[in-house]
Design a protein around this ligand. Sequence first.
Ligand code: ZN
Length: 386
Amino acid sequence: MSRSLKPAEEKKNTRLVSGDTAPAAALKRVMPMLRDDDTLFAALIARDPSYEGFAYVGVKTTGIFCRLTCPARKPKRHNVVFFSCRDAAQDAGFRPCLRCKPLDLKRPASGALDALRDKIRSEPEKRWSAEDVKALGYDPSTVRRAFQREYGITFAQYARSQRLGLAVNTLQQGGSVMDAQLDAGYESGSGFRDAISRLIGDAPIRASMRQILTADWLDTPIGAMLAVADDAGVHLLEFAERKALPTEIERLRKRVGPISFGHHPMLDRLAHAMEQYFAGRSLSFDVPVVQRGTPFEATVWNALQQIPAGTTRSYGEIARLIDRPDAPRAVARANGSNQVAIIVPCHRVIGADGSLTGYGGKIWRKQWLLEHERRVATTFSKGSEA
Ligand SMILES: [Zn+2]
C-alpha cells in the first residue's frame, strides 16, 4: 500500500484557478465537491449518484438516514438534515434506512437486479426468458431497464454471457464440444457455434488452441465495470456505460485474440485490488496492465500512472512532462484512448481552467473518483504524520 501520498491541498474555494500560466500547485489541487444544503437537496430529489459516500440525509420526522439515491419517497425540505459521513448521522441518533442500506459499502442496486443476478449465478446453465422473470414476480420491462442501466445490456444478454462463459470454461479445461453445448443449453450444434463465434470470433473446436482473454463484470459503488484480462495482466477496465466500449472490445479482439466471459486468477486479483481502492484502504495498484497503443500513447499512459492519487494535472502539464510541450491536444486524445480506467488514472487529468472536461465513464464518475482519492489521500497523509 502506498503511504507516500502527498497531502492534497485543502481549500475552501471550489473554483480551480487557471490557465497554464497559473502555478503548478494550483493545478494540483483537486476540487472539493460543492455541498451546501441547497445543492444537496437538489441532488436528493434527483437521486444524483455523484454524492454516493460523501453525503447522507437524515429525516427528522422518522429518525432514519438515507443515501441521496434512496428510492423511497423524498422528504420535505424542512424535515431534512445533511451529513458528510455515516458516523455523523449515527452520532446524531439517526438509524440506517432499510431500503438504501447506507451502512453497506455498495449501493444496493434495484432489489430485482440483485435477486436475479443471484438466480443466474445459482443456475448459470439455464436459458432465462421474460416468462421466467414474470414467474418470479418481477416486471420484465423494469428488469430490462435495471440491467440496461447497470450493465448497458439486457437481462437476457447478461444471462447469455454468463451461460457462454460457463461453456467456454469447459472448453478450456479440455471438455468436449458436446459438453459445452449442453452447458450452454443450445439444442443445435451450429446455433452454439454461431453464438460462440460471435462472442469470441472463432469456432469452438479451435477455441482452446488460441490465446483467450477472459472477461467479467466487476461491481463498484459507482456502477458495473467490464474487466478483460489474461495471464499477462489487465487489458481493459471500463465502466459499462462507456460509449466506446464495443469499439474497444472489437479492437482488443483484433489485436490480442478472442474474448469470453469466465473466471481467471488475474480477474480475482483485480477484483481484490478494486475492492481495496473503493473501500479507501489503498489507492495504488500492483496489478499488471497490458495495453497496446502507439509509442506516444504508451508514453502518455505511463505519465498518467505517475500522477499521485489525490492530485490532478492539466493536459499541458502532461505534455511538458513527456517533453512534448507542443502537443497538449495529442495528450488529450491519448488520455481518451486509455482503456484501463482507474489503474491508469486518466481521470486525474483536467482542463487547464480546472474544468473536469470529458470522461468516457461519465463526468459524475470522474468527480466521484477525484473526491474519493482526495479524501483517502488526505487521511493517509494525516495518518503518517500522526
Ligand atoms: Zn433510504
